[in-house]
Design a binder for this molecule. Structure first.
Ligand code: AMP
Length: 300
């Protein structure tokens, strides 16, 4: 099968109780593709400026990420700045500079249009819609978003939501979008809009996967030190979809349960260091070892 990932490839300036890092590599598409690369060869669609480091592009290639859909344009790379306090689930966005993403209108390479799985990672919903329209017959479409788009482009976002099978969101976003305080009611309201599955991420409390006749809860790995929570959500989605692509299963409930655990495994690793640093040393064996740890955590 094949998986395309549309999202931001970015510079992030991040402040957490563990320190501050200026303009390190981040972006929803980056985290998601790196996580998915442990299972499959994701095809990325994004744009960066000429200031984006060549070493990172080499790193993507070494991780078997197909970068034919990654455009390099004159101008500056997307830049996002955020600050986290002592609670890793709470963050404030200080700055969002779209830069080269402002007028990005990609034309997908011909074989990307045949993709089986499409992940519309967090990015402008109009761009998500535009790219989805170029994929011929995807078997599975998933999306993510964030508060900025819920606040500024709710209509565009709801239009995309109706076209996807899986909606990944964090608890706050689901409540914000549906104006419901009860998570289950909020999740059900999303299901009424079109998706057959909603994956509600709850930071250090794990995630809840809800379908019409399906519910699965996955823990978050009990991490003592959360150095930088950025990218946990995208890494979850990347692990989840990468695994489904690898096992060629999109409707098998048991595979969906395993995919959720792999999502949580990848998310738990990425937060151990700033930015994408932890991916540089992470091995397939580490991923499998933590998957087994997750099994032990819930068997009694
Ligand atoms: P997460 O922590 O999983 O929610 O994702 C964080 C990533 O999303 C960061 O690396 C940012 O570069 C990226 N990001 C932040 N705001 C936006 C936005 N408005 N559109 C696209 N990507 C964004």
């Amino acid at each position: 099968m094949s998986l395309i990932i549309v999202g931001s490839v970015a510079f992030d300036t991040i402040e957490t109780p563990y320190g501050r890092r200026e303009k390190i590599v981040g972006g929803s598409g980056t985290y998601c593709s790196l996580s998915a690369s442990f299972f499959t060869q994701p095809e990325i669609v994004a744009v960066v400026g000429e200031d984006f480091p060549k070493e990172t592009i080499e790193f993507f290639k070494n991780r078997r990420i197909d970068i034919r859909g990654l455009e390099i344009r004159p101008g500056k790379t997307f830049h996002w700045e955020a600050r986290y306090g002592d609670d890793p689930n709470q963050r404030s966005t200080i700055k969002t500079e779209l830069n080269v993403f402002q007028d990005f209108k990609p034309l997908l390479p011909p074989d990307y249009r045949q993709a089986d799985i499409v992940f519309l990672a967090n990015i402008d919903p109009d761009l998500q819609d535009d790219i989805l329209a170029q994929v011929q017959k995807p078997k599975l479409v998933a999306m993510d978003t964030m508060n900025l788009w819920i606040n500024t482009k709710p209509d565009s976002l709801l239009k995309v939501l109706e076209k996807v099978n899986i909606y990944f969101a964090n608890d706050e976003e689901v409540k914000m979008l549906t104006k419901e305080t009860n998570l289950i009611k909020a999740g059900n309201k999303i299901l009424e809009r079109g998706p057959s599955l909603v994956v509600i991420k709850k930071g250090e409390h794990g995630a809840l996967v809800l379908g019409e006749d399906f519910v699965f809860g996955v823990l978050a790995y009990p991490c003592k030190e959360v150095v930088d929570p950025t990218g946990a959500g995208d890494s979850f989605a990347g692990g989840f979809l990468g695994y489904l692509d690898k096992v060629r299963a999109i409707n098998d409930k048991n595979e969906i349960r395993k995919a959720s655990v792999y999502g949580s495994v990848l998310a738990s690793y990425v937060i151990e260091d700033f930015g994408i640093e932890r991916f540089k040393s992470l091995t397939q064996q580490d991923v499998e070892d933590r998957f087994s740890d997750f099994k032990n955590l819930v068997s009694f």
